[in-house]
Design a protein around this ligand. Sequence first.
Ligand SMILES: Nc1ncnc2c1ncn2[C@@H]1O[C@H](COP(=O)(O)OP(=O)(O)OP(=O)(O)O)[C@@H](O)[C@H]1O
Ligand SMILES: [Mg+2]
Length: 393
Amino acid sequence: MRIIIYTGKGGTGKTVTSCSTAIKLAEHNHKTLVISSDPAHTLGDAFKISNIGYEMQKILSNLEALQIDPVTEMKKQFDTILSYMASVFSARGIDETLAYEIAMLPGMTQLFSLLKIEELVKLKSFDAIVIDMPASGEALRYLYFPKLVGSIGRKLTGLAGMFGGVARMFQPLSQVSMPSKGVLQSEVDLIDRLQYLSEIIRNSNITSLRLVANPDTFSIENAKRALMSASLFGINVDLAVINKIMPRQSSDQYYANWAEFQQGKVEEAKANFYPLPLREVFLHDTELRGMEMLTKNGELLFGNEDPGKIYYQGKAFNFLTEGNSLQMKVKVPFTERDDFDLERYGDQLTIKVRSSVGYIVNIIPLPSATLGMKLAKAKLHGDELNVMFEKSM
Ligand SMILES: Nc1ncnc2c1ncn2[C@@H]1O[C@H](COP(=O)(O)OP(=O)(O)OP(=O)(O)O)[C@@H](O)[C@H]1O
Ligand SMILES: [Mg+2]
């Protein structure tokens, strides 16, 4: 089975790329499901099919689509925990409706979407699942959530079990009843399910994260950051897609300027996503929507290839913590011989390299752990930049 997840900045084309990939997968005889947890009915908009809803909907003989509704999932699966959490808050004198609202802490919706994905993965009725992630780095964080909750949650549950339940944690705050066996059991189930999903997501033979960016500084930087976090969490990224590139053959100076600027950004993207393979997709002459255009777009993206292929396996970033220092190794597309300039601005390193299209800036996002550290040394070995950070005393 293959799980392909598209992520990237808002509006870059995650949804259309997911749909085009799914169509192509189906053409290659994979039984395919494309899912989205966007609050809006984005899949329906993309396929131009109005009734794609919270039930699975057949699009082609080999392709189904599903819009996940986190609220429904939450009610269906974890009402026990939620009612308990709500009771904790209402015991504090908070109105019950509001208590439910508060119990749906930020991130809960993403969490319930993940649980739905876990359910679908376990079903084993699809060869390929394409996931269209909602925009924002936050959303991506919840992809790593299983691992975090898995390890933290287990400890908490263990403790809770030992001391008689989660209520102990809230007891100093309010007069709350102990959680029932049901609540504790749902909590254990939830953690087990997240743990299972986490293993699937971190298995590079099953799951690939793919980055979608446009030929602009902001979305490239955003995607580069996603690549760094994915490396930190052990999720394999196998492809970068640069979407909405303006065609070059224009006689109008205005468009010619844009095309030239974007060409520079594409070169920059190649440096930024190195060593990932990169796909370039042109801006179609009208809004990309509907079966026909999505199919054509899949053709542009993958040609005759099977998009289920694993395009790359390996880590673009490597981290090693040792005492007071953190060593980061990043693959970069230049060598010692190149004329480059390295500078740190807060949470990023930039490398400026002279190239045939002028300077190319390679942005290297730094993990939060380096914020209190100073850059001690940086060295290039072959195509690997070796950066050492040290805790400032
Ligand atoms: N290559 C392209 N050519 C023409 N139009 C495109 C292309 N790629 C995307 N679009 C259009 O850009 C808009 C945004 O695309 P899409 O909804 O797939 O982005 P998204 O990353 O999923 O956005 P969001 O972050 O809001 O979920 C849509 O109107 C889509 O039709
Ligand atoms: Mg979208």
